[in-house]
Design a protein around this ligand. Structure first.
Ligand SMILES: NC(=O)c1ccc[n+]([C@@H]2O[C@H](COP(=O)([O-])OP(=O)(O)OC[C@H]3O[C@@H](n4cnc5c(N)ncnc54)[C@H](OP(=O)(O)O)[C@@H]3O)[C@@H](O)[C@H]2O)c1
Length: 219
């Protein structure tokens, strides 16, 4: 995929900023969405990201993108997507990188979805026409967009009900972000697996003292 693609990045945190910067550097037309059109972090991102970078509300961004990245706080993702608007998201691929972390009882966070549901499924249920593909949520954002940041092959997972959408996301992961080992776990319900990895990810982060790590599935 070398042509320029219109992409919505919903989220002005470090994940939105990092994914948005990478996509813009590849020549894609990226619109970063926020609750407010005048978000300062989004404006600072756009000033650095260059010509193709735009900012707006969640709805502005979703309307502008052919592909949408959900980079919002997990417990606010449904509200952010509702603000983006069903009509602006309809039939589009939504790459969901958010995690259902509940910080209400302090650190370490728990998962507000339990282990018989996932945020990916909640989004898919709320927006049935949207092709939700869960991916990238198991690594730090620097690694998401630059797999070669870590030595050797290591593994990225995808979950989603739409085979064509998953194939497109696999191409994005390999061709744009440098992933070599992409494991398709199956339907969106398999996002329970990758989201439930977060409690281990958080302990590894504590034990290793760095977010620069990933798992490799040896088989
Ligand atoms: N940090 C990582 O490397 C990493 C790795 C894997 C997965 N993730 C996941 O990626 C997501 C983004 O993480 P982040 O640290 O970049 O950002 P974040 O602080 O978790 O989320 C920031 C975004 O959430 C929106 N938001 C916050 N409260 C909201 C509300 N009440 N209603 C609607 N939107 C709301 C903000 O909107 P405004 O723009 O209006 O402020 C902002 O765009 C999270 O789900 C996180 O778990 C992060």
């Amino acid at each position: 995929m070398t042509h320029s693609t219109k992409i919505a990045v919903l989220g002005t945190g470090m994940v939105g900023e990092t994914i948005g910067a990478k996509l813009a550097s590849l020549g894609h037309a990226v619109t970063m969405g926020s609750r407010t059109a005048s978000n300062e972090k989004a404006a600072a991102w756009a000033a650095k990201a260059g010509a193709g970078a735009k900012t707006g509300t969640f709805a502005d961004a979703a309307a502008a993108g052919e592909i949408v990245f959900n980079c919002t706080r997990g417990d606010a993702s449904l509200a952010a997507l509702e603000a983006a608007g069903e009509a602006n998201l309809r039939n589009k691929i939504l790459i969901d990188v958010a995690n259902p972390l509940d910080f209400s009882k302090g650190m370490p966070p728990s998962l507000f979805t339990g282990n018989t549901d996932s945020l990916g499924e909640q989004i898919q249920r709320a927006f049935p026409s949207v092709k939700v593909v869960k991916a990238l949520n198991t690594v730090n954002c620097q690694i998401m967009v630059d797999a070669a940041r870590l030595p050797g092959d290591h593994t990225m997972f995808v979950s989603g009900d739409d085979a064509e959408a998953k194939a497109r996301v696999r191409t994005i992961l390999t061709d744009w972000f440098g992933w070599k080992d992409v494991v398709d776990l199956g339907g969106i319900a398999t996002a329970r697996g990758t989201e439930s990895y977060l409690p281990l990810w958080i302990r590894l982060w504590g034990a290793l003292g760095t977010a620069d790590f990933n798992v490799k599935i040896v088989r």
